[in-house]
Write a protein that binds this ligand. Structure first.
Ligand SMILES: [Zn+2]
Length: 276
């Protein structure tokens, strides 16, 4: 998971243009009304920050819904922003889960329930295959907890979680530890995001494999570690710095950053110092 800049252009002008294009026979004239509303819907979405507790799904006709989902899957050249967004973070950290190489688009407000936002750039978040794992899980109306929005939720810029475990156990039990206070207004959303996105990916398997590899090949995971073996304090500082470097490079909640942050916990860093 990672905070990223919201696209400057909502895409609503391009969408309205495509909606009026008579040559698009699979969609014309079914998107005419929606095309005219596109700019207003984009403003509403932006002011509401995409929050599903605020935004009500519009009542589209079946024809409108089919047409907008078709044009999303088959965008004309004038709507090339969709393809551009999809690849805009290729090779980088996935804004939704913190894994690697997002090559898909996640409809923050899902396209089945909120088809009117299916082509809105603000609603299209580059994501990896975690996109397909979350399904329709978006929010809980009872608690108002929701998935975090990488374009709007500033809390994604800071460290949100680490993994706690007993390094002596084989295999250890890995548990998520939250780094924001339970009283923090963002806490319930962070927890909902972790439960419904992060824990549905293979994040904990990743942590387990990194830990397994660190135990047998510490030099592969911890470059130059031999230079910092003076004492346990120095070694822990080295691990903290390694994590900070990764955070600057890949984001505070990229999986690799979370792993390094987790092993710089004093109990674990001491264990590595003594055993690797
Ligand atoms: Zn992902």
């Amino acid at each position: 998971m990672k905070k990223i800049e919201r696209p400057l252009d909502s895409g609503s002008t391009s969408f309205n243009c495509a909606a009026r294009n008579k040559r698009l026979r699979r969609t014309y004239p079914n998107l005419l009304k929606l095309g005219l509303r596109a700019a207003r819907l984009a403003r509403y979405y932006d002011i509401s920050r995409g929050d599903p507790n605020i935004i009500r799904a519009a009542d589209l006709t079946q024809r409108e819904k089919e047409a907008i989902l078709y044009i999303y899957d088959n965008p004309p050249i004038s709507m090339s922003y969709i393809g551009d967004l999809r690849l805009s973070f290729a090779g980088e950290t996935c804004p939704m889960c913190g894994g690697q190489n997002p090559g898909e688009l996640d409809h923050y407000l899902t396209k089945q329930k909120y088809p009117e936002y299916a082509c809105l750039a603000y609603n299209l978040v580059p994501a990896c295959s975690c996109n397909r794992l979350r399904g329709e899980n978006l929010f809980d109306p009872a608690t108002r907890a929701r998935v975090l929005h990488p374009y709007y939720d500033e809390c994604l810029s800071g460290p949100l979680i680490e993994v706690r475990f007993d390094p002596r156990a084989t295999p250890p039990v890995f548990e998520i530890h939250y780094m924001i206070d339970e009283e923090d207004p963002d806490f319930r959303n962070v927890k909902f995001h972790v439960d419904n996105i992060i824990l549905k990916t293979n994040f904990l398997t990743y942590v387990s494999k990194r830990w397994g590899k660190l135990r047998v090949q510490p030099d592969a995971i911890l470059p130059n570690r031999r230079d910092y073996r003076g004492n346990k304090n120095q070694f822990q500082e080295y691990l903290v710095e390694l994590g900070e470097g990764k955070s600057a490079d890949e984001g505070a909640n990229a999986w690799a950053t979370i792993f390094l942050r987790s092993i710089s916990n004093r109990i674990i860093s001491d264990w590595i110092f003594d055993n690797c």
